[in-house]
Ligand binder design. Structure first.
Ligand code: OGA
Ligand code: NI
Length: 354
């Protein structure tokens, strides 16, 4: 991620402010935000009666974990997403971070602007992956911060208001680091692979946090919160900061709404992990839609691999001898991601070997 630092995004209007000016049923929404696909593609609320799997970390840690391991394997192989309960991150740590994120976004624009992205920086308050004036825009603002290791933090972008923000984020980062490593370990074991190689790649655990504010829009069927994409990283832990749903994942060509229970993390596999696992784990396309009446806030904690590595299927996952993906250097992979607008899973498809 640090290597991709030199790459920034074009400045765009502040959507939280824009939403206030076009919040009527017939109000004009600027053309750059109009997304016909928001209402033209089919959305389902369950997949043959099923919602995304729920994995219980307590059960995985217990001596009788085999049933939960089977669920985890199926979640990684067929869904690419699961909800994680009994994850061990203290309620207070999560509640503090949620409160501070809500408080950050509810400040006046001038206060938030102190943390505006600088040219050629990914961090700060603004929007990501905008490269042309013609590009369609997402109905959201974000604050992105590099969180771990601590010497990668650029405190210019770390809010000092609310006063507890930095402390809350620091506590959240330490609590989630061990959780992510624990998940990598169980996921490898669930498909019969030794976890060491995977753990080695993620042990330094660069973490980045994207906090996204999705304003309400009465014409929510015309706009899109975050464009369809798969995450480039290893693993993402998504936290719904308020109780408004909006995440949808692609399942057999349809969009499936994800309803996350309060207190659960939504965990998803990124492109890097799909390649490392030689396709045993799936990185699944997803998007976020807008609520007509309520603001929505989410926080995605991305876990990146260590830098200076080549991303390629790990021997441990290629037991039948067939390598399914081309190798690519981490920096090239990240550079590709951060220089193109979000576009489903195309980037990953291009690395697939037939
Ligand atoms: C992301 C993402 C979805 C959401 O940040 O990569 O997919 O529900 N967010 O906010
Ligand atoms: Ni995502």
């Amino acid at each position: 991620m640090a290597g991709a630092r030199a790459i920034g995004s074009l400045p765009v209007p502040n959507v939280q402010e824009l939403a206030k000016t076009c919040n009527g049923p017939d109000e004009h929404i600027p053309e750059r935000y109009i997304r016909p696909e928001a209402s033209s593609e089919e959305v389902i609320s369950n997949y043959h009666g099923e919602a995304i799997p729920i994995i219980d970390l307590n059960k995985l840690l217990s001596p009788q974990s085999s049933e939960e391991c089977v669920k985890l394997r199926s979640a990684c192989q067929y869904w690419g997403f699961f909800q994680l309960i009994n994850h061990g991150v203290p309620d207070e740590v999560i509640a503090n971070l949620k409160r501070d994120i809500v408080d950050f976004f509810s400040q006046p624009l001038d206060a938030k602007k102190e943390y505006t992205q600088l040219p050629n920086s990914l961090e700060g308050y603004g929007q990501a992956l905008v490269f042309s004036e013609d590009q369609k825009l997402d109905w959201a603002d974000m604050l992105y911060l590099q969180v771990h290791p601590s010497d990668s933090r650029d405190l210019r972008f770390w809010p000092t208001s609310p006063a507890s923000f930095r402390r809350s984020l620091d506590a959240y980062s330490s609590e989630t680091k061990s959780l992510a490593l624990c998940l990598f370990e169980f996921m490898a074991k669930a498909v019969g692979a030794k976890p060491e190689a995977l753990l080695g790649i993620f042990e330094e655990q660069p973490q980045g946090l994207r906090m996204t504010y999705y304003p309400p829009c009465l014409q929510s069927d015309k706009v899109m919160g975050i464009s369809p994409h798969s995450d480039v990283v290893g693993l993402t832990l998504l936290l719904q900061v308020n109780d408004v749903q909006g995440l949808q994942i692609k399942k057999d060509g349809k969009w499936l709404s994800v309803d996350a229970p309060n207190g659960a993390f939504i965990v998803n596999i990124g492109d890097t992990l799909e390649i490392l696992s030689n396709g045993k784990f799936r990185s699944v396309e997803h998007r976020a839609v807008i609520n007509p009446n309520k603001e929505r806030i989410s926080a995605s904690l991305f876990h990146y691999p260590c830098e200076n590595m080549v991303i390629r299927p790990l021997t441990e996952f290629v037991k039948d001898g067939k390598v399914n993906y081309r190798s690519i250097s981490y920096l090239d992979f990240m550079t590709q991601f951060f220089t193109q607008q979000l576009d489903g899973k195309n980037r990953l498809e291009m690395l697939k070997l037939e």
